[in-house]
Design a protein around this ligand. Structure first.
Ligand code: MAN
Length: 529
């Protein structure tokens, strides 16, 4: 410990001659590693106070290769403090600040070589050469900005023109909308009036049709009662007006499963829990169960003449009919008889529908109302179209196209970029997409979101968000960095993080001459510090 302290002091002594005593060659004498702007803080005639105010030391301790200040401000020209900064003047090029830890480390950090003063032969001063190259480069960039800026000025002019045209269109559309709404109202009133007349005329037909329908239903009902009654009378063999279990047991149509007898399940099916059934109950409940069976078994049947039906009922006793089951002639006769009983005339009468022939007056009213409906629909569509145009112009006018509307004419312009795997498409202020070269659907990498640059550089970064959701992850999004270039084109597309894409876009619109000059000046004055 003592040894190391002694060694450190010895080193300090050796270095004092080269660090403290030797002031840098410039107008203002200052310790090594100190910038012009901080020179006044190091006065050889006074004690030195650390920048953070935590310690005051004799001036001879400055650059003595021993760290006395927590902030490293006493050792700008040595590597004694971890956190101090060495300033190289770099005459002929840009001044530079480097961490003092790099002082005398055998590597040339400053182009003037001053960071390696312990071995002066290590580095040669290449600042003039570098400065020349940098100035040529800066000149080129300035020229690019100048040329780009003139295109940008044209874009500004076009952008402003486009905006004022849109504003004009908008006010014209607002006027058109007022007119279109008026027409719509008129057409609606006319439609209502003509529809009322049409309705009144059609009402007569509707009532007639309704009456016809009712009549038909009544006939059908009567028919049903008639055929059910006929069958009831046939099965009611003792003609007492009551159908009993005994009476149906001998009629084979009640033998649903055709096993040769009408069993308990079948009786239950047709009679429910009743032992007998009067005619009304037969008509309302049993007939609907029986009729399909009769029709299936015996084909379509139509009502027989009352006399014939009477004859049938008396001529064919049920017992006999049952006994003769499967015996051909009688059975056939029975079937024939029922085939004749074609009571279902439903299909034979065409349905009364709206094919009704209307009288000429009604026809004229329908035509007029139809035309009025069409005109109203057209008027409605016209209003909707105007409203949709208004909305889209308003959306455009609300968009931020830059401080001078310089981006306005680029809205909707699409640019493509291909890499090995994908074709990327950026439609400015709309969306970004990606399409695999090996096929498949287009994948949305984001929709226009906002400007995302900071401060004065707001309009140099675009953000497109809410793209297609990444598998097991968030929605895809794209950041577009815009730099000055004479052509509007995509320079690169990368995916620095999964489903987060970065596009480099060069465009004259980003060549803002005055902004560039301002930035350059700021940089230069910062470098001087
Ligand atoms: C697709 C492409 C890629 C993306 C993956 C994520 O293959 O959109 O860019 O990284 O999906 O699963």
């Amino acid at each position: 410990m003592v040894y190391s302290t002694c060694l450190s002091k010895l080193q300090s002594f050796i270095l004092i001659s080269s660090s403290l005593v030797i002031f840098v060659l410039s107008d203002v004498p200052r310790p090594r590693g100190v910038s012009l702007s901080k020179a006044s803080l190091y006065s050889p005639t006074k004690d030195f106070t650390c920048f953070d105010g935590t310690n005051t030391i004799p001036f001879s301790y400055v650059n003595d290769d021993y760290c006395d200040c927590f902030d490293g401000s006493d050792e700008p020209g040595t590597s004694a403090c971890l956190n101090s900064v060495f300033h190289c003047t770099n005459a002929g090029h840009r001044p530079q600040n480097i961490p003092s830890s790099r002082v005398n480390d055998g590597i040339c950090d400053c182009c003037d070589g001053t960071d390696e003063y312990a071995a002066p032969d290590t580095c040669s001063n290449i600042c003039e050469e570098l400065g020349r190259e940098a100035r040529a480069q800066a000149q080129q960039t300035a020229e690019l900005h100048k040329a780009g800026n003139s295109i940008r000025l044209e874009l500004i002019e076009k952008g402003n023109k486009k905006r004022s045209e849109m504003a004009e269109q908008l006010s014209q559309l607002e006027k058109d909308k007022v007119d279109a709404l008026k027409i719509k109202e008129e057409k609606e009133a006319l439609k209502n009036e003509l529809e009322a007349k049409e309705n009144e005329a059609l009402q007569v037909y509707r009532e007639a049709e309704e009456k016809e329908k009712q009549k038909k239903a009544e006939i059908e009902k009567e028919q049903l009662v008639k055929e059910a009654t006929e069958q009831f009378n046939r099965f009611d063999s003792d003609k007492d007006g009551i159908l009993t279990v005994a009476e149906i047991k001998v009629v084979n149509v009640f033998d649903k499963n055709k096993d040769g007898e009408v069993d308990q399940d079948e009786i239950q099916y047709f009679f429910g829990d009743n032992e007998s059934m009067d005619k009304d109950s037969f008509i309302t409940s049993t007939w609907s169960l029986l009729k399909p069976l009769l029709m299936m078994e015996e084909g379509m049947f139509r009502p027989a003449e009352p006399e014939e039906a009477e004859t049938d009922d008396t001529d064919i006793p049920h017992e006999e009919a049952h006994d003769m089951e499967g015996e051909g002639e009688e059975e056939t006769e029975d079937i024939d008889h029922h085939e004749d009983l074609n009571i279902d005339d439903h299909d034979q009468e065409p349905e009364q529908d709206h094919t009704t022939e209307y009288d000429d007056e009604t026809k004229k009213l329908i035509e007029e109302a139809t035309e009025a409906r069409k005109q109203f629909t057209d008027a409605e569509r016209a209003v909707r179209e105007i409203e949709s145009n208004i909305r889209s112009i308003q959306q455009n006018l609300e968009k931020d196209y830059g401080l001078n509307q310089e981006y306005a004419t680029l809205d909707g312009q699409c640019l493509e970029y291909e890499d090995k795997e994908y074709v990327y498409k950026l439609c400015l202020f709309e969306k970004v997409t990606q399409k695999s070269k090996s096929g498949g659907a287009e994948v949305g990498l984001g929709n226009w979101g906002e400007w995302a640059g900071e401060g004065d550089n707001k309009y140099s970064i675009m953000k497109y968000t809410n793209g297609v959701t990444c598998w097991n992850g968030p929605s895809r999004m794209t950041i577009v960095h815009i730099s000055c270039g004479l052509e509007t084109k995509l320079l690169s597309v990368t995916e620095p993080y999964r489903c987060e894409y970065k596009i480099e876009l060069s465009a004259p619109v980003a060549c803002d001459d005055s902004h560039y000059l301002k930035q350059q000046q700021q940089k230069e004055s910062h470098d001087e510090l």
